[in-house]
Ligand binder design. Structure first.
Ligand code: NAG
Ligand code: NAG
Ligand code: NAG
Length: 553
């Protein structure tokens, strides 16, 4: 009955092979399940043991030889049929043999690689321990019996996976060694998770930013090998539901937006600075691709990909989070930041170690909350259509919502219109009732202080209208009952008057419904060619003339 390394009969009396969570992810993992235990095939164990003893023993002391060792490991896992990116070998060789110094290479092959091999050897045990503890945690939005175990977090199934940082390190080491099976990922709407393309792109079309992306990843491995991280990271798929009888976040209709009397939240504009450096506790927005991580493991190097390089634990979500639908968002709590950087896109550069001093919560997660929401891609004129406005505001609402507050949201979206008195009463009763659930999103004490830190969502490569997107995010943050939204403009010209406009709107005491209806009116005129100016000018035509009358009511 005992397989390698040992077998766990679970507290619930369930064996590994009967677990729904294990079964959903097994085809995407390199380890195999036999006799109720997870393990590496014996040739892999031998090869990893040799690697763990260092280059004198394994002879792996260059990028060239490392790739050969990887190919052998893949063969032992019967992965030779999955094709790696064509220039992977050249990419490994270029990085480890040419681009880094001899001293760095010695450290990498002499210390880091052996430590990573050792971590990989322990992966089966780590996974078994993970599944054992995953049963003991219950949290919001999780189907009965599934807990927080590593599994495929499928589209339209809300749920949470909670991983230790140590396990994440081992899984990312599998990516580096290209050990994940790839053949069924595409059909399951999952991106490539091995690092082959990351290195192949370096060789195919060398760019300094690609080299610096890899530097961030290598720096991460150095850090976790020199000092084992001890925290946890949770990955949550949030799904808006059309079934208002479920205990989950409701999917707002256009009418709910138009009738909403929720007050607009505080809006703070920062014309310099970066979301990830925001010091107050906030949900930090990842301007995501519908495939979580976007081009992080390819050539991509804009906002989402940069975040994945400096907080590489995010990458592991790409293993088990298929493509997001319109009513979905992904929230990650606890990913540690390891690197400093400068620049953006082609000017992106790694510039040294970053010590992340964020506090941790009761589940051992750093209080860094990153929410991935994907905007419409190249929407052009379409973005002013009613259907698309609704798609965008609901997408942002899904991301900004707090799973613990589903009941509150349900009340806000009830068909009958709310009076402000009732709303006020409900907001107060929520404050007193919200601390009886162990939500994954927030611990109760900080629940009502966590705002949104965002910026030009969907306005760079995706080509959205920044004025419209800023307003849409404001609506969503307010309706999600967030106390504030901090907006980093990244110096965008189009948003020079953002501060004035939001101050004007706030001073007039508009509700979510008021602003929504104004945006709908503007968008309809814009769609029909009745106006060609931006929303800010349309709303406040005198704004650019610096008329103090209109700005200081
Ligand atoms: C190589 O990269 C440059 C700059 O990033 C780009 O302009 C060019 O099209 C790329 N070439 C190939 C073959 O991908
Ligand atoms: C991480 O989560 C596990 C449950 O999976 C828990 O036992 C452990 O204490 C947590 N770690 C920290 C540092 O709180
Ligand atoms: C608005 O103008 C564009 C280009 O000038 C045109 O293609 C489009 O059909 C017009 N739309 C309407 C609703 O008139």
């Amino acid at each position: 009955m005992t397989g390698y390394p040992f077998s766990i009969i679970h507290a619930r009396g369930e064996r590994m092979e009967n677990r729904e969570d294990v079964n959903s992810i097994l085809q995407f993992l390199p380890v195999v399940l036999r006799s109720s235990a997870l393990f590496w095939p014996s040739q892999v164990v031998e090869a990893l043991k040799a690697l763990s003893k260092g280059p004198d023993h394994s002879k792996v002391d260059s990028g060239d030889v490392l790739f050969l060792a990887i190919s052998d490991l893949r063969q032992s896992l019967s992965l030779s049929g999955d094709i790696l990116a064509f220039s992977t070998a050249d990419g490994f060789s270029l990085y480890f043999d040419d681009l880094i110094s001899r001293a760095e290479a010695n450290k990498w092959f002499g210390e880091i690689l052996p430590a990573l091999a050792d971590t990989l050897l322990r992966l089966p045990l780590m996974l078994e321990a993970h599944y054992k503890s995953a049963d003991s945690i219950s949290c919001m939005g999780v189907r009965d019996g599934l807990g927080t175990g590593l599994r495929l977090l499928k589209s339209q199934e809300a749920g949470v996976v909670l991983l230790s940082q140590e396990l994440i390190g081992a899984l990312l080491a599998c990516s580096l060694f290209c050990l994940f099976p790839d053949s069924t990922r595409g059909a399951n709407h999952l991106q490539v998770i091995n690092f082959d393309r990351l290195f192949a792109c370096l060789y195919d079309n060398y760019s300094e930013n690609q080299e610096n992306k890899i530097k961030c990843i290598i720096h991460y491995f150095e850090r976790i090998c020199s000092s084992k991280p001890v925290g946890n990271v949770s990955f949550e798929r949030k799904v808006l539901t059309d079934d208002y009888t479920l205990n989950y976040i409701p999917h707002p209709k256009a009418e709910s937006w138009s009738k909403s009397v929720v007050p607009l939240c505080l809006f703070e504009v920062c014309s310099s600075g970066l979301i990830e450096d925001h010091s107050k506790e906030a949900l930090e927005v990842d301007f995501a691709n519908m495939y979580f991580g976007g081009g992080a493991l390819g050539r991509g190097c804009v906002q989402e990909e940069i975040r994945f390089m400096i907080n590489p634990e995010l990458i592991v979500g790409m293993l088990f989070l298929p493509c997001m639908a319109n009513n979905e968002a992904i929230e990650v709590v606890g990913a540690e930041r390891f690197s400093q950087y400068t620049g953006y896109a082609s000017s992106f550069r790694f510039c040294g170690d970053f010590v992340d001093n964020k506090d941790t919560d009761i589940m051992g997660r750093r209080k860094t909350r990153i929410v991935a929401i994907d905007a419409l891609v190249n929407p052009g004129k379409r973005q002013y259509g009613h259907k698309f406005l609704l798609r965008e505001v609901n997408k942002a609402f899904c991301g900004f919502s707090d799973t613990c507050k589903f009941h509150q949201y349900q009340m806000l979206f009830k068909d009958d219109c709310f009076s402000e008195v009732e709303l006020d009463h409900d907001l107060k009763s929520l404050e007193s009732s919200s601390d009886n659930v162990l939500g994954t999103s927030q611990s109760a004490s900080s629940l009502d202080e966590v705002g949104i830190a965002t910026g030009n969502w969907g306005c760079g490569a995706f080509g959205g209208d920044p004025e419209l997107k800023a307003m849409i995010q404001w609506l969503a943050a307010s309706q999600a009952l967030r106390p504030f939204m901090v907006y980093y403009t990244f110096g965008l010209e189009a948003l020079q008057t953002l501060d004035k406009v939001t101050k004007w709107i706030s001073s007039h005491g508009w509700s979510v419904g008021d602003l929504w209806n104004m945006i709908v009116e503007y968008s309809s005129q814009r769609s029909n060619n009745e106006t060609h100016v931006g929303f800010f000018n349309w709303l406040l035509p005198l704004l650019s003339s610096d008329d103090p009358m209109i700005l200081d009511p």
